[in-house]
Design a protein around this ligand. Structure first.
Ligand code: SAH
Length: 264
């Protein structure tokens, strides 16, 4: 009983504090009393950009232990540790939603990684298709974008960033219980149904992979491969040809609003 009262008092104490504006993803384990050493970049961000000092609050998450409140302890003029005090949110599981896409050039690739993360994707997977122009993808940069977006959106996990993979290998790695949402513009004489109607008719979908092609579109061989794939829904995103980054957001929006976590 005494313990319950104490827990309640702690809870009220935590909840009465203003939510810290600064939220950081860290690799280390987080628990009451833990001392977390931020990376050099994070220390620079906390002390120089945000101008935080002793006692200022920072929210922490690591994708495993929920979200915790911590306080800055300065260890030098521009360096600090974070002392963890109490848990503010328990870990939850986000949607099992992957985005497979043919990468585009730098700024728009950053944009796709950020937006996929904001939209709740659990995995971001660049795939090389017949008409993809990009030969290398900087995984670290994509991950940094995914982390920054996770910090900003208040999600409790960070999307996994996969290595750049040939499309057929990525497709054969999907297991049959994952619905492949293949976004394609209609070829001559073809009538495609729009993503909202197709997803609504498909019923509940618990695991999905949305696929967006390159600026040059998919090749005939790729279209055959994709349509032969078990559990594939070929969908249209409307009558206009969208750029790949716009198409990714449009498809994620349709998915999240028809069968994803916007419906929860
Ligand atoms: N093949 C096109 C451009 C491809 S746009 C051309 O060069 O004319 C890049 C990707 O965005 C496409 O492969 C597709 O996955 C997606 N996309 C763009 N507009 C779309 C639409 N109206 N419906 C479905 N997918 C679309």
């Amino acid at each position: 009983m005494v313990i319950e009262m104490q827990a309640l008092a702690d809870y009220i104490h935590i909840m009465s504090k203003p939510t810290p504006k600064t939220r950081l993803f860290v690799d280390s384990d987080i628990g009451s009393g833990a001392i977390v050493s931020p990376t050099n970049d994070q220390q620079h961000y906390l002390t120089t950009v945000m101008r935080l000092g002793d006692g200022d609050a920072v929210a922490l998450f690591n994708g495993r232990d929920g979200e915790w409140l911590s306080q800055v302890t300065m260890t030098g003029r521009r360096s600090c540790d974070l002392v963890v005090s109490a848990q503010t949110r328990v870990q939850t599981v986000g949607p099992d939603l992957w985005l497979l896409f043919a990468p585009v050039k730098k700024a728009r690739l950053d944009f796709i990684a950020q937006k996929a993360s904001e939209m709740g994707c659990s995995r971001i997977w660049p795939v090389r298709t017949d008409y993809t122009q990009v030969s290398r993808v900087n995984d670290d940069r994509m991950l940094a974008n995914a982390v920054e977006a996770a910090e900003q959106t208040e999600r409790l996990d960070v999307a996994e960033v996969m290595d750049y993979t040939l499309l057929p290998a990525a497709i054969s790695a999907l297991d049959d219980s994952r619905t492949l949402v293949f976004c394609d513009e209609a070829v001559a004489g073809e009538r495609l149904h729009n993503a909202v109607d197709v997803l609504a008719a498909a019923g509940p979908i618990s695991r999905a992979a949305i696929l967006i092609g390159p600026e040059g579109g998919f090749s005939a061989d790729e279209r055959l491969l994709l349509q032969k794939h078990e559990n594939c829904l070929k969908v249209s995103l409307g009558p206009r040809i969208l750029r790949a980054d716009t198409a990714a957001i449009a498809a994620l929006t349709c998915f999240q609003s028809v069968c994803g976590d916007w419906t929860a």
